[in-house]
Design a protein around this ligand. Structure first.
Ligand SMILES: [Zn+2]
Length: 211
């Protein structure tokens, strides 16, 4: 009896690897709002790209402008017996750094100011070249950095913290949410949109021009 040689059948479509269980699937053409799930673990492996490159660029520029608003205008202002005080996002982090909580201030500064700033800058950089059909210089490094930074962006946690502080203080003092808080709310949504899975479409869109 002759030994049976294993044969490798070339895939008919590009392959995609499940992020959670490493099983390999062939990609399928998806219609609007359709999703494909892993047959082994049920995780989402493929979805129709909800945002075009032009929309990603527009959202990145909006995020950059709102980031300035969120850091320039006060997030909270407090009034008590004629005395008033207000603080911006960076002032709150600096105030925290002056006390015994310096390491926490460092983490807060990183996760609500530095990381979102890098994400927005990289997203503007990558999408401004992508709309012209070109890969930005340092494309691969920028895309990988965006992917690594995603778990470190915690604007939503910062926003929740400010809201909790407002609710807690409201019983004792006259507390007003500032324009910076509204900007922080909008920024949270925009950063999730631009740095989420949507930006991964650039790998596929620029496949032929990535050096
Ligand atoms: Zn899986």
């Amino acid at each position: 009896m002759l030994p049976i040689e294993p044969t490798v059948v070339p895939p008919s479509a590009p392959l995609i690897i499940c992020e959670y269980c490493d099983s390999v699937h062939e990609t399928v053409p998806l219609g609007a709002r359709e999703r494909a799930y892993c047959v082994r673990c049920g995780a989402l492996v493929q979805r129709d790209d909800p945002l075009t490159v032009q929309q990603l660029l527009a959202l990145s520029i909006s995020a950059a402008l709102i980031f300035i608003f969120a850091n320039v205008f006060p997030v909270i202002s407090i009034t008590m017996q004629g005395l008033s005080n207000q603080a911006t996002l960076s002032e709150s982090v600096l105030a925290l750094a002056k006390g015994p909580l310096t390491p926490i201030a460092l983490v807060a500064g990183m996760t609500i100011i530095v990381v979102p700033f890098i994400q927005i800058t990289l997203s503007c950089w990558l999408t401004s070249f992508a709309v012209l059909g070109r890969a930005a210089p340092g494309f691969k490094a920028c895309m990988r950095t965006l992917e690594h930074l995603r778990p470190w962006s915690m604007l939503e946690v910062g926003l929740l913290g400010v809201l909790v502080a407002i609710v807690k203080l409201a019983g004792m003092l006259d507390v007003h949410p500032g324009m910076g808080l509204w900007a922080l709310g909008m920024l949270t949504v925009l950063v999730i949109l631009i740095s989420g899975r949507g930006i991964r479409r650039l790998w596929k869109d620029l496949e032929d021009v990535i050096p």
